[in-house]
Design a protein around this ligand. Structure first.
Ligand code: F6R
Ligand code: MG
Ligand code: MG
Length: 364
């Protein structure tokens, strides 16, 4: 059976501040999607959250970019915004940058990751969702899952993965894309994806079967709006087992936290901490950035799950490490490398300060 899996997310209002989602907002989303399932538009759905981000996970038969599905997501976010408004949550409708739906939800603010595939005998799926960070945060984890033999031993010893994976990389500033084959071209690819604020891994494919393996949301809110309007808080869908990395290989990159951009006012570097879904409540300095992982088995499009993958105690040490890293970064206060370089800060008083200081700079 061919099925499309869509993960569409938006921040429609935070509870308290930007630290969490309100249960009434999640309940409203559940109502909207339950109705769509009853009417036959969805095969199945699951509503969840990562911090202040509302996450709609949907299976259906309308393909990628299905207009009816995008409209359903948009209308759901609009409905949830009304609930958030009644509760006077913080930043109501934050990610809905357009006034109305225009045929696709792309470019309107919400983040989108979608893939259509023939469901396997056992279709194992992991959906990663992050808060307080940018699209691009998946670059290193996806590289490790699909190209690094120190992470994914299957690349070395599993016959059905030994040919490697192809990476579709987007240049989000120039709106161009390029495909790299791993392992042959990893050095070239790393030159680009090592700069994740510009070059973002959009998708990964099995090189022999050409099957889609992973897809991420690459929407950059700041580029859409032309100003700071909140962090992208991206999502990523990964197929697992068989010809794809095993569940443990998919999760393993998050066992050693890395620094990502985001955190307070979207203008800092901080550790990406893997947590259970209930623990995605970024509070310290509005963070540190969080990642959650919802695992599913698909059964004729039915979402069997989720399992809360980072609830596993084996990630305790990663959380401890991330807290130590957070302390180390916080020590720098308003200094780089905690604070982002001037040109990358999405929240800045630089133009006003420079204007005020006009005339006071003297040639050296
Ligand atoms: C980061 C984030 C928060 C806010 C901060 C100020 O992605 O959402 O750190 O930037 O709490 O929020 P406002 O400007 O909404 O008062
Ligand atoms: Mg928010
Ligand atoms: Mg958020």
């Amino acid at each position: 059976m061919k099925v499309t899996l869509s993960a569409i997310k938006a921040d429609v209002g935070g509870y308290v501040g930007h630290s969490e989602s309100h249960p009434d907002v999640l309940a409203k989303a559940g109502e909207c999607l339950a109705k769509a399932k009853k009417e036959g538009l969805l095969v199945d759905y699951h509503v969840t959250k990562c911090g202040d981000d509302l996450e709609l996970i949907m299976t259906h038969q309308h393909g990628e970019e299905g207009e009816k599905i995008h409209k359903l997501a948009w209308d759901t976010f609009v409905g949830c915004t009304e609930v958030a408004r009644a509760l006077k949550l913080h930043g109501v409708g934050q990610d809905l940058l357009a006034d109305a739906f225009t045929g696709t939800i792309r470019g309107l603010g919400p983040g989108v990751a979608e893939m259509e595939f023939e469901e396997r005998v056992a279709e194992t799926i992991i959906i990663f969702m992050a808060d307080k960070t940018s699209a691009g945060a998946w670059n290193m984890p996806l590289y490790k899952m699909f190209a690094d033999p120190f992470n994914t031993i299957g690349l070395v010893i599993a016959e059905n993965m030994h040919s490697g994976f192809a990476f579709e990389v987007h240049d989000v500033k120039e709106h161009k894309k390029i495909i790299f084959n791993a392992p042959d071209e990893i050095y070239d690819m790393l030159v680009l994806i090592g700069a994740p604020s510009r070059y973002i891994i959009k998708a990964v494919y099995h090189r022999e079967t050409k099957e889609i393996a992973a897809v991420s949301s690459t929407q950059k809110l700041a580029l859409i709006a032309g100003r700071y309007v909140g962090k992208d808080d991206p999502v990523c869908i990964v197929r697992s087992q068989g010809q794809f990395p095993a569940v443990g290989e998919v999760l393993e990159p998050f066992a050693t936290p890395i620094l990502v951009e985001g955190w307070m006012r979207g203008s800092h570097q901080g550790p990406l901490m893997p947590v259970s879904i209930p623990d995605s409540t970024p509070s310290r300095f509005d963070g540190p950035p969080r990642v959650v992982a919802a695992g599913f088995q698909l059964s004729d499009g039915r979402l069997v799950g989720p399992r809360d993958m980072f609830a596993d105690k084996a990630f305790n040490l990663a959380r401890h490490d991330a807290n130590l890293m957070a302390d180390m970064m916080r020590r720098h206060g308003p200094f780089e490398p905690h604070r982002l370089p001037l040109e990358e800060m999405e929240y800045t008083t630089m133009p006003q300060v420079m204007k005020k200081l006009e005339g006071r700079f003297i040639d050296l």
